[in-house]
Design a protein around this ligand. Structure first.
Ligand SMILES: C[S@@+](CC[C@H](N)C(=O)[O-])C[C@H]1O[C@@H](n2cnc3c(N)ncnc32)[C@H](O)[C@@H]1O
Length: 513
């Protein structure tokens, strides 16, 4: 009898007309030897950075410190093995530096953009091969090549160039590290496997290499899903995707001791607290502001594990229920009460756990359905609609959300974030400042990293210099740890703080006179 997994593989093989084993497959002994050599090379490279890799039974490879790290100290900085910008018909970026200004299309393939000749030169060895392959496709097909397909094509081309010694490789920059990444093939559902197989087929069609292995390519797509990182700018706006095989050894915690940010396309992991020698380096893979159930669901779906971090093991305890209810649950009918609602056993409604007041199911349902119809009507992007229309729609949603959810609810925060962005676009600083102040307590509660950006906005708006200095100082204190001080974003922020301080002291001295 075939088991489910075998049947899926046969289906994929049938779909792809290929039954050869992956090119990287070894016999058991050979595979073990290969892994040992790889591990030894990597350990030597990490040794003088104060790091080591160990295997934990429940997590697999894990990164540990061999010396103390202080808050804000860089633990690891890595260039991408491969990366691509998230280009779309609406927005394009330079393939080398991800900037969006002064772009010129590659005249041959008409797919890739560069902002200057040095960026084009930097990428040329790899793009020459990619360009050749893309140029053979029909124009419509070429335009439909997604960033994920390009990432895989670049992965194979880089591996080929390293194998031919056209570009150098090192212990922290080679395809063997990609081979060592987890793929979780046995946990992926059939639909997803078929999709990966179709994507692998497309890669094969574009590259037209006779020996490309479709199964291995499908597996590599699965590796990208649980190991690649979204490259963001300093204000956490997504720009592209990159694969950083050493950074990918770092495991997840919902209460991490480190943070991964990007400087240009370099991945930089910094300690956000004191990390003693011998501790595991941990970052968060997901938005940490969700309830335990929401976080666990996201981790299971994309990364195929159940988190047992100090926040997650509290699941079901009073503190955890209270936190989750405040973030995602319904509020008490009494506006002055901070209690959360519990479903009544007789099924008639919800009762506040603090004051005992009952909210009927009908009332909750009515507000929820009004909210849904308003949200369905709200435009996905404000660029396609009138700003004032978007503001009044979002304000109506906010009013209903305030009736239904707690003041720190995630949904309410997301609506306020959208309003804040539009108000800043419109340069309505006073209204934007009011929304900034509303979102900050929420961020303090759930996610410190996003807080910094809003404190900056709060500190930058209107003429309240004294408050601007306070907010900017707070933002700089946090951002020094997460972002360092050398990026253009941080230099700009430090300059703004200096200017605000100068303005505040000028105001003070004029008042004295
Ligand atoms: C980016 S990789 C991290 C390195 C991985 N441990 C390895 O062996 O290559 C992500 C995968 O590591 C494992 N992982 C990460 N954090 C974990 C955690 N807190 N508990 C259990 N497994 C974890 C999961 O298998 C997840 O899909």
């Amino acid at each position: 009898m075939q088991n489910r997994q075998t049947r899926i593989y046969l289906k994929i093989n049938h779909l792809l007309y290929q039954t050869s084993p992956p090119v990287t497959a070894f016999g058991g002994e050979e595979q073990a030897k290969h892994r040992t050599v790889l591990m030894e090379e990597l350990q030597r490279a990490l040794e003088n950075r104060g790091l080591t890799v160990s295997n934990l039974p429940d997590k697999g490879r894990s990164l540990f410190t061999t010396r103390d790290f202080s808050p804000g100290e860089v633990i690891i900085l890595q260039e991408p093995y491969v990366c691509v910008p998230n280009n779309s018909p609406a927005e394009s970026r330079c393939d080398a530096c991800f900037q969006s200004s002064n772009l010129k299309k590659c005249s041959a393939c008409q797919v890739v953009y560069y902002c200057c000749s040095s960026c084009q030169k930097f990428e040329w060895k790899l793009h020459r091969l990619e360009c050749e392959a893309l140029s053979k496709l029909q124009k419509e097909r070429r335009m439909a090549v997604t960033p994920s397909i390009r990432l895989m094509i670049k992965l194979y081309l880089r591996t080929k160039l390293q194998a031919e010694k056209i570009i150098p490789s090192s212990a922290v920059d080679n395809y063997k590290l990609v081979e060592a990444l987890v793929a979780h093939m046995s946990e992926i559902d059939e639909k997803q496997l078929v999709l990966y197989a179709q994507m692998a087929n497309l890669v094969s069609l574009i590259l037209q290499w006779p020996d490309i292995n479709i199964k291995e390519t499908a597996e590599n797509f699965s590796k990208l899903a649980c190991n690649a990182h979204t490259i963001c700018d300093s204000e956490l706006r997504p720009l592209g995707t990159g694969l950083y095989p050493v950074v990918s050894i770092i495991n997840h915690s919902c209460l991490p001791n480190s943070v991964l940010l990007f400087e240009g396309r370099s991945a930089v992991v910094r300690a956000v607290q004191y990390i003693p020698k011998g501790a595991e380096v941990l970052i968060s893979y997901i938005e940490t502001s969700g309830s335990t159930m929401t976080r666990q669901k996201a981790l299971k779906e994309q990364y195929h594990f159940t988190c047992t971090c100090p926040r997650c093991i509290k699941v079901g305890q009073y503190d955890d229920i209270q936190e989750s209810a405040s973030l995602e649950g319904y509020r008490c009918k009494d506006k002055g009460c901070s209690g959360f609602l519990i479903r009544q056993f007789d099924g008639d409604g919800f009762m506040c756990q603090q004051c005992g007041l009952v909210r009927s199911k009908e009332e909750i349902r009515k507000i929820a359905s009004e909210l849904k119809s308003l949200s369905d009507k709200a435009p996905l992007s404000t660029s396609s609609c009138d700003y004032q229309e978007a503001i009044s729609g979002l304000k109506a949603i906010e009013t209903l959300q305030k009736k239904l959810y707690h003041p720190v609810s995630i949904s309410l925060m997301q609506t306020r974030e959208k309003l804040l962005k539009i108000l800043m676009e419109l340069e309505d600083w006073n209204a934007a400042l009011a929304y900034c102040r509303l979102t900050i307590p929420e961020y303090i509660l759930v996610v410190i990293l996003c807080l910094d950006c809003n404190i900056i906005h709060a500190g930058s708006s209107n003429g309240d210099t004294e408050n601007a200095v306070k907010s900017l100082t707070k933002a700089v204190d946090i951002l020094r740890i997460t972002h360092g001080t050398s990026t253009p974003f941080m230099k700009d922020l430090l300059m703004r703080l200096e200017e605000a301080r100068a303005e505040a002291s000028y105001k003070l001295s004029s008042e004295d006179e």
